[in-house]
Design a protein around this ligand. Structure first.
Ligand code: ADP
Length: 520
């Protein structure tokens, strides 16, 4: 008999063999061939519990049974293994002949072979029995030490089975992921931190024009040197951008950092999504809106003119005067809507190229002066805090439009006697979602803030206020007129000037609109 040291060494060697493969079939082979070095025995079987049928299968791994133990499902009330699986406790039997509820198909066969001594240890998954190892040998041959070693072996086996399960689920996940990557129409490229391509799916070939199969393992900068997307990962900044593909197609490309579940950086991924159809629809919509708005301008002009002329033809009764007022109001609203729509269309086509140095403080003062009447009517106070001279490069008309729009909104959505604060601060603050904005932060910026003490905007509405036609509808806004296009226009103008605008608000307390722009 080997010493305990030698047996433990054997046990460790078996564990190493078990952990070297992710395939359960191999574990049983290892046990069949080597388990006797740690625990001498004449018979070894693995009992696999089947939770669905409340029973177990018994697979003989080694021993001269010659098929005498039938391969069938055993109930949990059958044999020693059944008890072990039921109680999750090890059983050590010195003499099978003395055990009462033997199973004729298992224990009786072992007895016939002269195997009287049995150790059955549960193999657990978590704390639940997954199966059991069934050792048998001649009468009284298992010691307490054998039982301990059998337990250690079972613990090692359950660890390996758990690894096999994880491996299998990973492999399944991998093949699902591979199937998705193979079949998706979006092109996906992933590089590691050194810029080596880890993955490029087949769509890359079609969309980007690079041979996807030949990309993996190459440095992106070399592999894509002649391509229009060679700078895809340059600067390593996350962001979204549009890229023109060949044959008039357009893709939206998202560049994202890839990290492990533990947050360690792996590299970068770029996902190309073809948005050609969306772009075409957008273009169609713009053309349609522009044409319709243009065609509406004349009839609205005629309505306004006619309403103007009405009192000159004959004196109007109070009712007629009231009706005329309504006609003028509606025509004015329609006129505003049409001008806003045409304006949006122009902005979509790109900002006019008449950029010039602008004195920001002077623009703000002029915008407030333009709104003097409304401010006075509501007995409001507009306080300016313009601590230093700031020169911007921009389109004068457009910048004035931004300021007038924001300040007039502040006046419009603030009850009488409220206050509006306009201030400028050097630098850029606030949320910076896009790549371009982040990259350009190295330049000098100015932030303009328009704050009011008005009705505020509910958190549910706030994310949408810059959308075209979005208007908050509640009691407080019921009687305030507008087209819902003002802020959409403002946002486009700011973005066309390479700036960024955002809003904060507390319902009932007031709103703050801030934007930053690069200074000249
Ligand atoms: P509108 O023509 O309706 O004023 P805007 O695009 O300028 O359109 O604004 C969109 C919506 O955002 C408005 O309808 C209003 O509900 C809300 N809003 C804009 N500015 C303010 C503000 N200063 N205070 C409260 N709500 C505002």
């Amino acid at each position: 008999m080997s010493t305990l040291d030698e047996r433990l060494t054997q046990l460790v060697e078996i564990q190493v063999m078990l952990s070297s493969s992710p395939l359960p079939g191999q574990y049983f082979q290892v046990l069949a061939e080597h388990a006797h070095r740690a625990i001498p025995h004449q018979f070894l079987a693995f009992c696999l519990k089947d939770a669905d049928i409340e029973g177990y299968f018994l697979h003989v791994l080694s021993g001269p049974t010659n098929g005498a133990i039938p391969l069938r499902v055993y109930g949990l009330d059958e044999g020693i293994a059944g008890q072990v699986l039921k109680t999750n406790q090890t059983r050590h039997v010195a003499d099978l002949a003395l055990v009462e509820n033997r199973c004729d198909d298992i224990e009786a066969v072992l007895l016939e072979m002269g195997l009287h001594s049995v150790v059955v240890v549960p193999v657990r998954q978590g704390s639940e029995p997954l199966g059991a190892l069934y050792f048998a040998a001649a009468d009284h041959s298992f010691s307490a030490e054998d039982v301990q070693i059998a337990r250690l072996l079972a613990a090692g086996l359950s660890g390996s089975l758990e690894n096999a399960r994880l491996y299998q689920s990973l492999a399944d996940e991998r093949s699902t992921l591979a199937a998705v990557l193979e079949s998706t129409r979006d092109a996906i490229i992933m590089v590691n931190q050194q810029g080596v391509v880890l993955l490029a799916n087949p769509a890359v070939t079609k969309m980007v024009g690079l041979d996807a199969a030949a990309l993996t393992g190459r440095i992106w900068q070399d592999a894509a040197a002649d391509s229009f997307v060679h700078d895809l990962f340059t600067g390593s900044q996350p962001g979204l951008r549009e890229i023109a593909l060949s044959s008039d197609r357009v893709a939206q490309v998202a560049v994202l950092p890839v990290t492990t579940a533990y947050g360690e950086p792996v590299g970068w991924a770029a996902v190309f999504h073809d948005i050609t159809l969306l772009k075409q629809l957008e273009q169609m919509k713009t053309t349609f809106v522009n044409t319709v708005s243009h065609d509406l301008k004349n009839p609205i002009g005629t309505i306004m003119l006619s309403a103007d002329l009405m009192p000159r033809m004959a004196p109007l009764t109070p009712q007629q005067e009231d009706l005329r007022g309504r006609i003028i109001n509606t025509a004015n609203y329609m006129n505003q809507l049409v001008s806003d729509l045409l304006d949006l269309g122009k902005l979509e086509a790109g900002i006019a190229n008449n950029l010039e140095p602008l004195d920001l403080n002077a623009l703000i003062e002029q915008a407030v002066a333009t709104l003097a009447l409304q401010i006075e009517e509501k007995q409001m106070e507009v306080k300016l805090n313009l601590p230093r001279k700031v020169i911007l490069r921009g389109d004068r008309g457009r910048m004035t439009q931004v300021l007038v729009n924001l300040i007039s909104n502040a006046v419009k959505y603030t009850p009488a006697q409220g206050k509006v604060y306009v201030k400028t601060t050097p630098g850029a603050a606030g949320p910076l979602p896009t790549l371009e904005n982040q990259a350009s932060l190295t330049r000098a910026f100015v932030t303009v803030t328009v704050q009011d003490t008005g009705i505020g905007i509910a958190p549910a509405d706030l994310p949408y206020i810059f959308d075209e036609f979005y208007r908050v509808r509640n009691e407080a806004t019921e009687n305030i007129k507008g087209t819902g296009l003002g802020l959409a226009i403002v946002k486009r103008i700011i973005e066309a000037h390479k700036g960024y605008i955002w809003a904060e608000s507390v319902e009932g307390k007031g709103s703050t609109y801030s934007f930053f722009l690069p200074t000249a």
